[in-house]
Ligand binder design. Structure first.
Ligand code: ADP
Ligand code: G6P
Length: 486
């Protein structure tokens, strides 16, 4: 990961840690869960890069950031506070920009769930304001970094900041600073039919086109984006080479599927203490508590399995670890209630005096513990209704060091389902199919498990987060010794 010797400024809504106060009132930093942070944090730490982002709602502006994390196995433990530029969001902005536009509008819309999306001019106004704030803070970081012989790379992440590049580009152009601007979207980019529902879609597209490179996980997402530019903005596009012409510049759109820090997870799996006893068979789910993850469907499929196959009673357990997420948003509160009820119902229906079918942890676990769960689970059950990529599927594979290994089930509606082809695929909208796939995984012969897992491991090891980072840098022409193809 040390390939990147130039200046790197990462900009994302969330910093890789959240600032909180402990019971004694001390300011502490806690690792933030989520795919973006897991993938990008090791890259910034390794490359001594800067990170511009929001430290969470408990941060008081001007307060010094703590130097180290509570969990020293987290990938952000090595991030120096001098390399962090905290962006403080006022409560009204936090509410309308983050809870509102990001999580009530873009999140459901981009995950093809328009019925859940709220369209509000106030949210949009706050989104514009917040993006300008992030841009101003990035410019601050740029002021110390701009050297005409060594222009920095500003790498903006995700749906929270689709407008930020525009202001940064203007600022740099006014001062004749040469910079490279890259954007990576960590969630799906949906079809034009969905994007056009958003009243300010043109501005979003133009904001992203202020970059030199726009990366997404899948070719399908890139095709959707290019189609939206052509239909929504009338821009000239080269769909074959994935180039969009905008404002006299050529913007490259590239499918760059993200990877995980494979070796890090493998090492954790080697050293992690056992938490699932050897004689126990566990089906594992690990997610943020999010309605895109298909959690109720997953529990119902497990319930159906117990009903149809009583041979699993007292022999099998489902362990679902769900990190609290976006708890101010109603859809997430409703989901929490639904999960509590479902777990209670299924446990009430099937429990015996010595066994309960579902163990449900509503909280975060450390990466060390996570690695042990991944290693010792019989099946990892990844059933999103829609997901940009899904890193949990990849982390599970990296931790599979037991012989024989476990089985991965993944939904084709997650990016991971498009390229982890040796996993068992199942459609989470179809309960019976999901249940049957789980049964198949639990009864799969050892040699088939080994064969499938060998292929999966090989791919994740070679296409890890380092590979992703290098692919992005190569595509934007910033990999040492290589020129941009555009
Ligand atoms: P998303 O980006 O939508 O959250 P991903 O599966 O891509 O989904 O990434 C989730 C990340 O968060 C993974 O790196 C995973 O290890 C981490 N994570 C998810 N649930 C937990 C949990 N309960 N405790 C700790 N980390 C978690
Ligand atoms: C997904 C998004 C990230 C986000 C993460 C956690 O991975 O792509 O941008 O950070 O979820 O969500 P949160 O709202 O807590 O930042």
């Amino acid at each position: 990961m040390t390939v990147y010797k130039k200046k790197l400024i990462v900009v994302s809504n969330r910093l890789p840690f959240v600032i909180q106060k402990d019971d004694l009132g001390n300011v502490i930093r806690k690792h933030s869960a989520g795919g973006l942070v897991t993938a990008v944090a090791p890259v910034v730490v390794e490359n001594d890069g800067k990170w511009v982002g929001w430290p969470g709602p408990d941060y008081d502006f001007g307060e010094p950031l703590p130097e180290s994390s509570v969990d020293d196995t987290s990938p952000t433990a090595g991030l120096k506070s001098s390399n962090v530029i905290p962006v403080a969001l006022e409560p009204h902005l936090y509410q309308s920009y983050y809870n509102g536009c990001c999580n009530e509008t873009f999140w459901p819309l981009f995950h093809s769930m328009p019925d859940k999306a709220v369209f509000s001019a106030d949210y949009w106004k706050a989104y514009v304001e917040a993006n300008e704030l992030f841009a101003r803070n990035t410019i601050k970081a740029l002021e110390n970094a701009c050297d005409p012989d060594d222009p920095p790379l500003v790498w903006i992440h995700d749906y929270h900041l689709m407008l930020a590049a525009h202001a940064i580009r203007q600022y740099a152009a006014n001062r004749q600073y040469k910079i490279k601007l890259g954007f990576f979207l960590h969630i799906p980019f949906p079809a034009w039919d969905l994007i056009r529902l958003f009243p300010w879609a043109d501005e979003i597209l133009q904001g992203m086109l202020a970059c030199d490179l726009v990366g997404m996980h899948l070719q399908d997402y890139c095709i959707n984006f290019i189609d939206c530019c052509s239909r929504g903005l009338g821009t000239r596009v080269d769909a074959k080479d994935m180039i969009v012409e905008h404002g006299g510049r050529y913007v490259r759109i590239a499918p760059l599927p993200i990877g995980i820090p494979y070796d890090r997870f493998r090492t954790l799996a080697v050293s992690a203490k056992r938490t699932i006893p050897e004689e126990k068979k566990v089906v594992l789910g690990v997610d943020r508590l999010d309605y895109t993850k298909g959690l109720p469907q997953r529990l119902k499929a497990f319930e159906l399995l117990l009903a149809k196959h009583p041979e699993y009673i007292e022999k099998l357990e489902m362990l679902q670890i769900a990190v609290p997420s976006r708890t101010d948003v109603k859809e997430y509160q409703d989901l929490k209630e639904q999960m509590d009820q479902l777990v209670g119902c299924i446990n009430g229906r099937f429990s015996t005096p010595t066994w309960s079918p579902i163990r449900y942890i509503y909280g975060t676990v450390s990466q060390q513990e996570l690695a042990a769960f991944y290693r010792d689970a019989a099946v990892c059950f990844v059933t999103p209704l829609r997901d940009g990529m899904n890193l949990v599927a990849k982390e599970f594979v990296a931790c599979q060091i037991n012989d024989p290994p476990g089985v991965l089930i993944v939904s084709p509606f997650a990016g991971a389902g498009q390229n982890m082809l040796e996993a068992l695929l199942c459609n989470p909208y179809e309960l019976n199919e999901t249940m049957e796939t789980l049964h198949r995984a639990l009864t799969m012969p050892e040699d088939e498990r080994t064969l499938r897992m060998n292929y999966l491991r090989k791919r994740e090891q070679s296409q890890d987060v380092d590979f992703w980072m290098k692919s992005f840098l190569r595509a934007i022409g910033r990999l040492d010794g290589e020129e941009a193809p555009v």
